[in-house]
Design a protein around this ligand. Structure first.
Ligand code: ADP
Ligand code: AMP
Ligand code: ZN
Length: 217
């Protein structure tokens, strides 16, 4: 199954992606995570992406497209993949479509997690992530069992540098102007499915599984 996850920053893409990837046994590919990994390892790609990420802007299309094309041609993507945070522009979506056409492997679903904008800032500013395994928590809506520590591996949770209230506003503006048009784009392609993201995380997961299990579109 080949899936792209759509939705604004803070919609719950990463949270749901982990569950989907486990259930359907497909790799979870988050372009944000890939860039953060490159940043941490001070690779040339990380250095090119840094200023954009710090400012809450999009990394240029050509860098992201090359990164994703390289990743989805790896062996573990043979039976599918889940893209989280890509595409974020229509140019990225067209590049993916062309690439997939060439491989004869079209997308099955564009899963859009729909959340009212008024909820997003609180979700993002309260997000805490595990630097070790990538698990995502929320100080209020999805707290870890022990304050400040990952449930899975006990690592100290951190706040992402770009999760400040100031940068979040830029990211939401960028989403509205650059990424929101993808909902219509995939609707016209006939692969869009919408999920109400304004429910408890487990309820969102059930709704998603229901769609993907049932093959409903
Ligand atoms: P995204 O990957 O779309 O940016 P995340 O999955 O990291 O979003 O979720 C953003 C924040 O909101 C995290 O702190 C997460 O724990 C929290 N969150 C995720 N899903 C929900 C939900 N359904 N209700 C409330 N908070 C949620
Ligand atoms: P995320 O973890 O998905 O919130 O992404 C964090 C940051 O990485 C974004 O604010 C962008 O700077 C960059 N990024 C991630 N995915 C993309 C993409 N598909 N296109 C452009 N920039 C991206
Ligand atoms: Zn962890």
């Amino acid at each position: 199954m080949r899936i792209v996850l759509l939705g604004p920053p803070g919609a719950g893409k990463g949270t749901q992606a982990k569950k989907i990837a486990t259930r359907y046994n497909i790799p979870h590919i988050s372009t944000g995570d890939l860039f953060r990994e490159n940043l941490k390892n001070k690779t040339p790609l990380g250095q090119k992406a840094k200023a954009y990420m710090d400012a809450g802007k999009l990394v240029p299309d050509e860098l992201v497209i090359a990164l994703v094309e390289d990743r989805i041609t790896k062996d573990d993507c043979r039976s599918g993949y889940l893209l989280d945070g890509f595409p974020r522009t229509v140019a990225q979506a067209s590049a993916l479509a062309t690439f997939n056409e060439k491989l004869g492997k079209p997308l099955n679903y564009a899963l859009n997690i729909d959340v009212p904008e008024s909820l997003l800032i609180e979700r993002i500013v309260g997000r805490r992530v595990c630097p070790k395994c990538g698990a995502s928590y929320h100080i209020e809506f999805n707290p870890p069992k022990v304050d400040g520590q990952c449930d899975i591996d006990g690592a100290d949770l951190v706040q992402r540098a770009d999760d400040s209230e100031e940068t979040v506003k830029t990211r939401l503006n960028v989403y509205n102007s650059e990424s929101a048009p993808l909902v219509d784009y995939y609707h016209f392609k006939g692969v869009l499915v919408n999920v109400d993201g304004n429910q408890k995380p487990d309820e969102v997961t059930s709704a998603v599984f229901n769609i993907l299990d049932g093959g409903a579109k």
